[in-house]
Design a protein around this ligand. Structure first.
Ligand code: DGL
Length: 268
């Protein structure tokens, strides 16, 4: 199933994890123009402070919005969404949707009411998550597992490196041995990369990918809030980063593989 909306959509992440989100949404909304932004200097956001993250997102997205007519901004980063979404909505004059850990969906799917959230340090230690955990504690046990190591691992694999999955299996083997948790939430867009590894290694667990849950929400949001009859002319999807380092130059082939015609630099 796909939708014919012809919108101009920004997808923002700190790194390349948002490309996994882009691939998913592009399949469902194929005729929109996508502007993929990654903050290759600020990466990773999972261990940076809130005001640093907010300032960077504001400056970077404003620069891209000044060059293109944008209909929707998607923050394809759980960390940035948790720390910055409400502020971004006040400061940027565009509809903004964030990818957030799909805890509600996990509570609907769990059998033994024990759920694990796998996410960055900032997400795990946020007040947003501790409030939800407290609210649900009458019925659900929520285990919080931070891992920046998996963020770096995913980023490097997305950049084309072949790396050992040992750190991943070290974390997962804790869960393999016992029954709890029965449901694992991927609360970082980079972690969608590990979905198949998880399904294979933990064959009887339920894996909840927050990105996929958010796409359903985005479809409802577009239907309700955006004039989707608008016919933006089709331009090729563009990628943006903040500095063209030697490492970033080597990403051009990978970005082309994902469907981007160009990698542009934003001066902030
Ligand atoms: N992709 C980001 C997220 O969903 C995290 C990566 C980072 O730490 O920058 O949280």
């Amino acid at each position: 199933m796909y939708f014919e909306y012809k919108l101009n959509i920004i997808i923002f992440d700190s790194g390349l994890g948002g490309l996994l989100f882009y691939n998913q949404i592009k399949r469902i909304i194929p005729y929109s123009n996508y502007f993929y932004i990654f903050d290759n200097i600020g990466f990773p956001y999972g261990n940076k402070n809130k005001s640093y993250i907010i300032n960077r997102i504001i400056k970077i997205t404003n620069s891209v919005c000044a060059l293109n007519k944008i209909d929707l901004i998607i923050i394809a980063c759980n960390t940035a969404s948790i720390l910055a979404l409400s502020k971004l909505r006040k400061l940027l004059n565009y509809p903004i949707i964030g990818v957030l850990p799909a805890i509600k969906m996990a509570t609907k799917l769990t059998y033994n009411n024990c759920i694990c959230l796998l996410a960055t340090n900032n997400t795990i230690h946020s007040t947003y998550i501790s409030k939800i955990k407290r609210k649900l504690s009458y019925k659900y046990k929520i285990i919080l597992t931070p891992s920046m190591q998996l963020v770096y691992l995913a980023e490097r694999i997305l950049q084309g490196s072949c790396l050992s999955m040992t750190p991943l299996y070290k974390i997962f083997s804790l869960w393999k041995r016992n029954n709890i948790p029965d449901t694992i939430i991927l609360g970082c867009t980079h972690f969608s990369l590990f979905t198949l590894n998880l399904l294979h290694f933990l064959d009887r667990k339920i894996i909840v990918d927050s990105s996929i849950v958010t796409i359903n929400f985005i479809l409802k949001f577009i239907k309700k809030n955006i004039n989707y009859n608008q016919n933006n002319e089709y331009v090729h999807d563009k990628a943006y980063c903040v500095s063209l380092t030697k490492k970033t130059k080597s990403l051009i082939t990978i970005l082309k593989y994902h469907g981007f015609k160009s990698l542009n630099i934003i001066n902030i």
